[in-house]
Design a binder for this molecule. Structure first.
Ligand SMILES: Nc1ncnc2c1ncn2[C@@H]1O[C@H](COP(=O)(O)OP(=O)(O)OP(=O)(O)O)[C@@H](O)[C@H]1O
Length: 314
């Protein structure tokens, strides 16, 4: 569990993290989202004590990071700035880390295997691709078999196979009951693995929600349906959690709480003809951009909705 209370970090005039309150719970993947410069990396550095807060506090497993007797066994973190001696092999890097933290040698072999680094473990880490380096960073984060795992933009530089590997890994770690906190500036990526979302912009908390609720809020689960018999369709679809709207005399209905597939099946079962059946296409990405629009530091000069790729003009 990670608990931030009024967590604040100022660098001179700049407030990178601004009175953040949030809780990251075990047993689920929590996505930490925000556009570039939102304060995600700074927050993560504060969590593992690499930076001291200017105000407020953050605890991991009920204590400040520095108060843990064996921090690597408590929190495993992959942060953006990696400090691996380029001349050292992946194996030696992990082994040295294990030695200084009282972690048995067999755990080094385990994490090398887990990270898919078996064939390159004896090569110089300096020659690693970005993706390999990322895998090595993750292997190091998992070395202490920590209860809390925190990864800053872990899919950066990974190929599609690597991305899939990360997704499965995060899901497994959460299923084992660990606290998994993962940052990204890509909503679509996070939505594939996270249930819980903490969204920040300019250091402030913009939303503390679930993927499910966010989709609901933006109407992303609304299905548009046109039918010969709207009154009858309303009747057969009615149920708890189902909301149906439509103008009197119109063939068109907007339904939430039931999938397009369920609507189609129910209509067929009752012999009701449908002329149109389509899920509304408000995407999570759009919802995210709406939420963070004012918090984006650099807008592209020619992109109207530049939140996703700030500064990258079309
Ligand atoms: N050491 C520092 N000194 C001065 N300003 C800093 C420092 N570290 C971060 N900042 C500023 O604080 C803000 C938050 O930065 P941070 O790196 O935490 O954001 P982020 O959400 O991780 O962004 P990104 O996705 O680009 O990594 C930025 O405006 C950044 O320039």
């Amino acid at each position: 569990m990670i608990e931030a209370q009024q967590l604040t970090k100022r660098y001179g005039e700049k407030t990178a993290v601004d009175h953040l309150d949030f809780v990251v719970r075990p047993g689920t993947v929590t996505g930490f989202l925000g556009p570039n410069g939102a304060g995600k990396s700074t927050t993560m550095r504060l969590i593992v004590g690499l930076d001291a807060p200017s105000g407020g506090s953050v605890r991991v497993g009920g204590r400040r990071y520095a108060q843990h007797a064996a921090p690597l066994q408590e929190v495993g973190a992959l942060l953006e700035a990696r400090s691996i001696h380029p001349g050292r092999s992946a194996y030696n890097h992990l082994h040295a880390l294990a030695l200084t933290h009282g972690i048995p040698r067999r755990r080094v072999d385990e994490v090398i295997e887990l990270a898919g680094l078996g064939s390159v473990a004896r090569k110089r880490a300096g020659a690693f691709s970005l993706g390999m380096g990322q895998r090595l960073g993750i292997a190091a984060a998992l070395l202490g078999d920590p209860q809390t795992v925190m990864l800053d933009e872990p899919v950066n530089g990974l190929d599609p196979e690597g991305v899939l590997w990360i997704r499965n890994l995060l899901t497994e770690l959460a299923a084992e009951g660990r606290t998994v906190f993962v940052s990204s500036h890509l909503m679509t990526e996070v939505a594939l693995v996270a249930d819980h979302l903490i969204i920040v912009g300019r250091g402030r908390l913009l939303a503390d929600t679930t993927v499910h609720d966010l989709i609901r809020e933006v109407g992303g689960d609304t299905v548009k349906v046109a039918t010969a018999d709207p009154a009858r369709l309303r009747e057969v679809l009615a149920g708890p959690g189902v909301d149906i709207t439509g103008h009197a005399g119109s063939e068109e209905l907007h339904v939430t709480g039931v999938t397009a597939r369920q609507i189609g099946l129910t209509a067929a079962e009752h012999g009701i003809a449908l002329f149109e059946l389509s899920a509304k296409s408000v995407s999570l990405e759009e919802a995210f951009m709406d939420l963070t629009r004012d918090a984006v530091e650099y807008h592209g000069s020619t992109t109207a909705t530049g939140a996703e790729t700030p500064g990258r003009a079309a």
